[in-house]
Design a protein around this ligand. Structure first.
Ligand code: IMP
Length: 430
């Protein structure tokens, strides 16, 4: 059985957690391939409500092995805390979690550097989650990163860490005027991580590939969203990894012919956390109403998410760079209590109509959205499980989004629980 990817198609927080939890019923492996604990995946299932940041969401199904690929940056303290919390709530990950030896570690100095760099940006701040993600990927590209594999040879790690920390401490101290970190303390943390994580470290590429050859089903769990992609997002207001389909290949060492389906998860409206262009943003009462109703506050940082209408220009771009074979629409029920709904169909720039997403954040800032209006629907969609039971207005909204995006919507989420799902076309999964 081939692998299929579940990707965030907007700015993250599309509700991928619920969707992966739903789809993982048929999976053998659920694998993360990008990002780190900047991600926050909320899952509400019969075992309770969970907020996961690094552990793949599929682990609530007992047959599933969770995999953390080489493309992820791992904060070991965060990971160990999640493993422990899950254990306390009856979900045992012994023999069910595998972390790539090639994954890079988010070191304590990365977290310090993230905060200092963000402060120094002043009015140009990105609004990072402050989890050290950017600096960890920076070190990876600079070839001074510390990898999970380094925990397996602590003797060899010490002189390397000494070198790297001399460099990082100089930046902390001399560039930002911050407090340098102690080598001994960081090395002690590494020793503890090594002893506690040892059992989970393994050759992820081989395990995932062998599982696919044996006919098993692998779900690739995206984090963040296409519009936050380092290359394809609204640079520089992006994350430092590749939440797009390319990231799934490099972030797990998968050959290109192994991924058959690519599911793009869209929310029925838009949200964005942090700074950067967001054309359809709602600044008034409607935005606040949606935020409160939907609980649009960051799972990782608690920050209020910016809320806006669905942007089909960005959505079409997201399709172009990811080649979604199916779409998933989440949080349709949030629109139930609105008096009217808008969808952005194109932008206007200097008197011209723009239908392709601009490549520059500065150009994007100069565009204004062109909207199409939709009347409110007369009864709730919340909890509906059959497409034909949706109110006429909601069906029309979904059909119009399909037209605007240019792909069929195969799965619709009408509430946070697994059963609050409409499978429009049953072959979304396997
Ligand atoms: P970083 O990934 O912490 O460096 O943050 C860079 C940008 O990506 C900021 O605007 C963050 O708010 C945003 N971001 C990072 N992770 C997520 C996520 O999981 N959901 C939504 N936005 C995110």
């Amino acid at each position: 059985m081939p692998a299929y990817a579940v990707l965030g198609a907007q700015w993250g927080d599309e509700g991928k957690g619920k969707i992966v939890d739903f789809l993982a019923r048929d999976a053998d492996i659920v694998a993360r391939f990008s990002g780190g604990n900047n991600a926050g995946h909320t899952v509400m299932n019969p075992m309770g409500t969970f907020k996961l940041h690094l552990v793949p969401v599929g682990v609530f199904w007992p047959q599933v092995i969770g995999v953390i690929g080489n493309g992820v940056v791992v904060d070991p303290d965060g990971l160990l805390q999640e493993i422990e919390e899950l254990q306390q709530r009856g979900i045992d990950l012994t023999d069910r979690l595998l972390v790539s030896e090639r994954a890079h570690i988010v070191m304590p100095y990365h977290i310090v550097l993230d905060e200092l760099a963000e402060l120094a940006r002043g009015s140009e701040a990105i609004g990072t989650t402050g989890r050290g993600i950017g600096p960890a990927y920076t070190d990876k590209a600079a070839r001074i990163g510390i990898r999970i594999a380094d925990l397996l040879d602590l003797e060899a790690l010490l002189p390397r860490l000494d070198n790297v920390m001399a460099h990082q401490n100089a930046i902390i101290d001399k560039v930002y005027g911050g407090q340098p970190l102690s080598l001994d303390k960081v090395y002690d943390r590494c020793k503890e991580w090594a002893s506690r994580l040892m059992q989970f470290i393994g050759p992820v590429e081989h395990v995932v590939y062998d599982a696919l050859q044996a006919g098993r089903t692998v779900v690739l769990e995206g984090a963040q969203g296409a519009m936050l992609d380092l290359d394809h997002g609204t640079y520089p207001y992006v994350t430092s990894s590749h939440p797009t389909i390319g990231g799934a290949y490099t972030g797990l060492g998968l050959p290109p012919n192994q991924i058959e389906s690519v599911l793009g998860v869209f929310k029925a409206y838009s949200t964005r956390v942090g700074h950067g262009p967001f054309l359809t943003e709602l600044h008034g009462e409607t935005g606040s109403k949606i935020r409160e109703l939907a609980g649009e506050f960051g799972t990782t940082t608690g920050r209020a998410r910016r809320v806006g209408w669905f942007d089909s220009v960005a959505a079409r771009y997201s399709v172009r760079i990811n080649g979604y074979t199916s779409l998933v629409l989440t949080r349709l029920d949030v629109l139930d209590s609105l008096d009217s709904i808008k969808v952005c169909t194109a932008y206007e720039l200097d008197g011209e109509t723009v239908t392709d997403f601009p490549g520059s954040a500065a150009v994007l800032e100069r565009c204004t959205p062109i909207y199409e209006d939709f009347p409110a629907w007369d009864r709730p969609t919340a909890g509906v499980t059959d497409f034909d039971d949706l109110p006429v207005g909601a069906r029309a909204y979904v059909r119009r989004l399909e037209e605007l995006i240019g792909r069929p919507i195969d799965l619709i989420s009408t509430g946070p629980y697994r059963h609050e799902t409409i499978e429009v076309r049953s072959m979304i999964a396997v």
